[in-house]
Ligand binder design. Structure first.
Ligand code: HEM
Ligand SMILES: CCOC(=O)c1cnc2ccccc2c1N
Length: 290
């Protein structure tokens, strides 16, 4: 059965907005990280990795239990580089000991996206920390060296449509790949910390060359120093995916709307929120500047 959301007792919008603001202020303050990209993209990746372990066949994994806090999950080779996001969140967890790890990891991704000018992401609390025995085994996160069909099959495990898959991958407009983390490198100089539909525009407009990188892995490089993973590139090799790439390259609002819905589905997969009221929509720091 699905995990039943149980919100932290007596905590409401104002309490979670305080956590949002603490993360957002720390993001602004520590802007030099990773060549002045900042922690935003890394926090978004953490929120996806703690959710992407979900398996609808037995409702295991997923964001509910906050099991990333255990080495068994944190040390998954696929999570290499996310130690930065985890370290960033430690003082936040200390300042707000009442928030569960699952809620913190997902709220941090929402905060980062909104502070990077992304869409407003409705968010619901109620994830409850589980034990180490509930941590999913390694190997549930995707392999970047594969093609579009692999990506379709992989996300089929969560019940995502072609349109939801393409929208979700639009998050690859943020940050960069790091050779020491994943065996992929780049984009050089083009890495961004602003949420846009640029990933789709680049996919369609650049001429991509498949090259071996310094780790011996094949990736697509463009003469502007952009890069795409083989799984990224699979979105334009596969006709059914490509039509959504074209839609989002033309219409950023449509991308924002569809990304928001798919991202919420990713973060809430496997959890029954029916006992809770409506989702919270947080104000950005800019919207609160009195
Ligand atoms: C086919 C599915 C996916 C694959 C194979 C994949 C693979 C990767 C790889 C290899 C990296 C580089 C990590 C590093 O070297 O530091 C990366 C980074 C990233 N991914 Fe994905 N990813 C996928 C889906 C997603 C999704 C669904 C999201 C969010 C909704 C996402 C968000 C990010 C972000 C924001 C970064 C940049 C992290 C940073 O700059 O530190 N990815 N991804
Ligand atoms: C808009 C310029 O960035 C890109 O084209 C791009 C492409 N794939 C990625 C894959 C993983 C992480 C970041 C990625 C990225 N920033």
């Amino acid at each position: 059965a699905l995990h039943l959301a149980q919100a932290e007792d007596g905590k409401g919008l104002d309490d979670f907005q305080k956590v949002y603001n603490a993360i957002a202020e720390k993001l602004r303050d520590e802007d030099e990280f990773d060549g002045y990209i900042g922690y935003g993209p890394n926090l978004v990746r953490l929120s996806w990795h703690v959710s992407g372990t979900f398996d609808k066949n037995d409702n295991s994994g997923g964001s509910f239990g906050g099991t990333y806090r255990f080495k068994k999950e944190a040390d998954d080779p696929a999570n290499k580089g996310l130690q930065n996001a985890a370290r960033f969140l430690e003082p936040i967890a200390k300042k707000f000991p009442w928030i569960s790890h699952g809620d913190l990891y997902t709220l941090a991704g929402v905060t980062a996206l909104q502070e990077m000018q992304g869409p407003k992401i409705p968010w619901r609390p109620g994830r409850v920390d589980a034990d180490e025995k509930d941590a999913p085994e390694n190997g549930r996160l995707p392999d970047a060296s594969k093609d579009g069909n692999y990506v379709r099959h992989y996300f089929g495990r969560f019940g995502f449509s072609d349109q939801e898959i393409v929208a979700l991958l639009g998050a690859h407009c943020l940050g960069k790949t790091h050779l020491e983390n994943s065996g992929y490198e780049g984009p050089w100089g083009a890495a961004t910390n602003t949420f846009t539909n640029e990933f789709f525009v680049n996919l369609l407009n650049e001429n991509w060359k498949l090259e071996k990188n310094d780790a011996g892995n094949e990736q697509y490089n463009s003469n502007k120093g952009y890069m795409m993973l083989p799984t990224d590139y699979g979105l334009i090799q596969d006709g059914k995916f490509k039509k959504y790439v074209e839609k989002y390259a033309k219409d950023q609002d449509a991308f924002f709307e569809d990304f928001k819905s798919a991202y919420v589905k990713l973060l809430e997969n496997g959890i029954d929120f029916s006992k809770l009221g409506k989702a919270y929509v947080f104000k950005t720091l800019d919207e609160q500047d009195s």
